[in-house]
Design a protein around this ligand. Structure first.
Ligand code: PEP
Ligand code: MN
Length: 359
């Protein structure tokens, strides 16, 4: 008899479980509808006033036996799960976010050279073009090591207006001529939208620097160019800010974006910025865009270039960026961090030897 009673009660509980399950999923579908409306209105998903109102209503209607505290704890959990669902759905709509594990954006250059296809790419060259001789010496040495992507910076973003600002379009023309000689691609920073058409004739990949990462007008303009775009993370940007900046370019029509982590500002003084290794891992996990690590502007010093390069490779980046100058102590910008040509060779020796990197 008692057995039957237990079974009957249990079957009622099973029924109620199914009803709760159905109600929870119906509630989740409604929450996701609300999320869509909120997105259209541009409001945030989390609305603390609305949450407080729902909890007050539940307290008023609660006749026990659960205490108000227990009911509130249970419903807070339901609210949290709904919010997570709305956020997940919203994220799926962001173009730069990874939708499946095997989704990868691969940048393919005219001769078939790729970034993001599994090989570890190297981008290098001087901080700025200073003269034909200076960049030619570096480019020749890099090309001999198989490096195909040359920094050909005409305009330099400098902290002080009295520091060397770059050779401008003349610098870019020099970079083009030298890159052609060594069968390399020119990557050059665009400082302002007004330079798009002038630069287009000379660059193979546009570069948006850290200071312009949040310049949405420039980002939208980069959505309209035919060349791929390298986007640097600002020193004060969260990973999310960074991905939204990339989203501007992709949503404006250019899917070929490469992300560069270049160090963020922290309290640390022994490095210029702090290379955010976890950002590289997270960007690879969350986005399908290729990710490169800049070990020059992050560290601001050349003596730890090799271990940092190994770390960038080990954490799963698609490539590495570092500055290289024929005579770093006399460089007109970033003298402390540029690698000399022998230092560049030593670094490439280390990172092209997979066993050493993993040892
Ligand atoms: C650069 O890489 O040339 C540069 C100026 O770096 P950032 O924009 O990261 O400061
Ligand atoms: Mn520099």
């Amino acid at each position: 008899m008692a057995d039957n009673e237990l079974q009957e009660l249990r079957s009622q509980v099973d029924d109620i479980n199914l009803q709760i399950l159905d109600l929870l999923n119906r509630r989740a579908r409604l929450a996701s509808e609300i999320g869509k409306v909120q997105q259209r209105l541009g409001t945030t998903f989390y609305d603390p006033a609305r949450e407080a109102e729902m909890l007050t209503n539940l307290e008023r209607e609660n006749n026990g036996p659960f205490s108000n505290e227990t009911i509130k704890a249970l419903f807070r959990e339901i609210f949290r799960a709904s919010l997570a669902l709305e956020e997940k759905e919203a994220r799926q709509k962001i173009r730069v976010m990874r939708k499946t594990a095997d989704e990868h954006t691969v940048i393919t250059m005219p001769d078939g050279t790729q970034i993001g296809a599994g090989d570890f790419s190297v981008i290098s060259g001087p901080c700025a073009v200073e003269s034909v001789e200076q960049i030619d010496e570096v480019a020749g040495a890099l090309a001999a090591r198989g490096v195909r992507f040359l920094r050909g910076m005409g305009w330099k973003p400098r902290t002080s207006p009295y520091d060397f600002q770059g050779l401008g379009i003349e610098g870019l023309k020099i970079a083009r001529q030298v890159a052609n000689k060594h069968n390399m691609y020119v990557i050059s920073e665009i400082m302002d939208m007004s330079l798009v058409s002038q630069m287009s004739d000379y660059v193979d990949i546009f570069w948006v620097g850290a200071r312009n990462m949040s310049n949405s007008f420039l980002l939208k303009a980069m959505g309209q160019v035919r060349q791929p775009v390298i986007l640097k993370r600002s020193y004060g940007a969260t990973i999310e800010d960074f991905l939204y900046a990339a989203e501007y370019i992709v949503a404006s029509g250019n899917p070929n974006v490469i992300l560069i982590e270049r160090g963020i500002r922290t309290f640390e003084k022994w490095t210029r910025n702090t290379l955010d290794i976890s950002a590289i891992a997270l960007l690879k996990q969350e986005s399908h865009l290729p990710v490169v690590g800049d070990i020059s502007h992050s560290a601001g010093r050349r003596d730890i270039a090799i271990p940092l390069a190994k770390a960038v490779k080990a954490v799963g980046a698609d490539g590495l960026m570092f500055e290289c100058h024929p005579n770093p102590p006399v460089a007109m910008s970033d003298a402390k961090q540029q690698l000399s040509i022998p230092e560049m060779h030593a670094l490439l020796d280390e990172i092209t030897d997979t066993d050493k990197v993993l040892a």
